[in-house]
Design a protein around this ligand. Sequence first.
Ligand code: PGA
Length: 254
Amino acid sequence: MAERIPVLAANWKMHKTIQEMEAFFKVFLPLVEDVHHREVMIAPSFICLKDARRIVAGTVVRIAAQNMHSEEEGAFTGEISALMLRSIDIDQVILGHSERRHIFGEDDEFIAKKVKAAVQHGLSAILCIGETLEEREAGLTGKILSSQLDLGLNQLEATEYDNISIAYEPVWAIGTGQTASLDQIQEAHGLVRKFIEERVGEAVAQHIRILYGGSVKPGNVRQIMALEDVDGALVGGASLDPESFASIVKYEEN
Ligand code: PGA
């Protein structure tokens, strides 16, 4: 089986000013100094990206954007493009987060264009997918995940999958404190890997990283990371505190 380096990613959403970000890193960076063999990623707000890059230079931490537009430029008030991210050396982006889908109305077609634009501009993208509670209760989880993958990835060539990770984030588990069960997580991740295998072959499927997100915290991350098809975690609330996120990064010590 291909070796997949674990990735622990923080999604700060609309939290932390520049000053709060600086205070976070002051405590966080020494705590993860001795961390090896994993990727640590933090996605602060757009305005923090440039300073965050400077602060983490030379450390294990990489900085990601939480979103971007699919076009390079244009009349899109309030938006940020891949070109702009690259101009400040950002090469990671989260796309299709459920808050983008459900609060800001982003659909699969728009997300697919963003995924394509990201890889074309040399960014690695984490494509987020996940079912709502109603969809799960109606027995539609598999169908929804397949459809989000199908539409979200449909503009990619097989060679472009190297720059893609998938985050499975059940909408009902995000910010609710209600984590999906280990069985539910493994089942969904297995389905994602199978989908990738059917679409672009086993080698890519064994290589691609699949993250779980939804109420991950220091107390449950170790068990989640131990699941066969879980290669990382995307963490919201529990990533805002430096000690808490450092403990998630060092999950095998929990
Ligand atoms: P949460 O958020 O960890 O606060 O549930 C996860 C996410 O939205 O990525």
